[in-house]
Design a protein around this ligand. Structure first.
Ligand code: HEC
Length: 193
C-alpha cells in the first residue's frame, strides 16, 4: 500500500519537472498575437463595417404618413441630382428601368409591375416626402431601401426623380428604343445596363 502511494506521488511530480526542462519549449510562448492582446490583437474594423449608434442608417421618420408630410431637406443642386442619378442607375433601374417607366428586366417579371416614375402622379401629384417614404418603407412589392441608402442619398434620388428623370428617360429611349423591333435594345448598352 505504501509503495503504491509513493508511486502516485512520483507519477504526479515527473511531468511538472519535465515541463521545467529547458528544451520543453512551451507552445504558449510563441510570437503569434493572442486574442485581445495589445493594440495589434484588437485590430480596428474597416470603416463602415460595423454599425455604431451614430451611423445614419435609419431616419427618424416612422411611417409613410410622416414621410408624406416631410419636406425635402436636400437642395436639388446639380451635385445632388447627379448623385441621385448614379444611385438610381444602380438600385432602381432593374425594376423601374432607365426609362423610369417600370419596364426594367426585373420589373417585367413581377406580378405587380413597378409604377411609372415619369407619370404626372410621381412628377407632380405626390409629395417629395412620399417618394422618400417609398424608398424608406417599400411598397406592396417594392422592397425597402432604408438599410441600403442613407437618408441624404434617398433625398438625392428624390431630386433626380423630380428634376432629372424626365429628360434622362427621353434621352435613354431615343438611343435604346428600337421602333421596328418594338422593344428596348438591351444589347446596345451604351455604357449602361
Ligand atoms: C424590385 C423591384 C423594384 C425596385 C428595385 C424599385 N422599385 Fe419602386 N416600385 C416597385 C413596384 C413593384 C412598385 C409598385 C407599387 C408597390 O410595390 O407598392 C413600385 C413603386 C414605386 C413608386 C410609386 C409610389 C406611388 O405611390 O405611386 C415609387 C416613387 C418608386 N417605386 C420609387 C423607387 C425608387 C426611387 C427606387 C430606387 C431606389 C425603386 N423604386 C426601386 C418595384 C421596385
Amino acid at each position: 500500500m505504501v509503495k503504491l502511494r509513493w508511486f502516485a506521488v512520483i507519477a504526479t511530480l515527473i511531468p511538472s519537472v519535465a515541463m521545467a526542462w529547458p528544451w520543453s519549449t512551451d507552445m504558449m510562448d510563441q510570437i503569434s498575437i493572442k486574442p485581445q492582446h495589445g493594440p495589434m490583437g484588437v485590430r480596428p474594423f474597416p470603416e463602415h463595417s460595423v454599425p455604431i449608434p451614430s451611423t445614419k442608417t435609419s431616419s427618424r421618420i416612422v411611417d409613410m404618413d410622416e414621410a408624406d408630410a416631410t419636406k425635402n431637406p436636400v437642395a436639388a443642386t446639380p451635385e445632388s441630382i447627379h448623385n441621385g442619378m448614379k444611385l438610381f442607375e444602380v438600385i432602381c433601374t432593374p425594376c423601374h428601368n432607365y426609362s423610369g417607366k417600370g419596364d426594367g428586366p426585373v420589373g417585367m417579371k413581377l406580378t405587380l409591375q413597378p409604377f411609372d416614375l415619369t407619370s404626372d402622379r410621381i412628377q407632380h401629384e405626390v409629395t417629395e416626402g412620399h417618394i422618400f417614404g417609398y424608398m424608406t418603407f417599400g411598397g406592396a412589392v417594392m422592397p425597402s431601401y432604408a438599410n441600403d441608402l442613407y437618408p441624404n442619398e434617398r433625398w438625392d434620388i428624390v431630386n433626380f426623380v423630380r428634376h432629372g428623370l424626365l429628360q434622362y428617360s427621353q434621352n435613354w429611349l431615343k438611343t435604346h428604343y428600337s421602333a421596328d423591333k418594338g422593344h428596348y435594345d438591351y444589347t446596345d448598352k451604351g455604357g449602361k445596363q
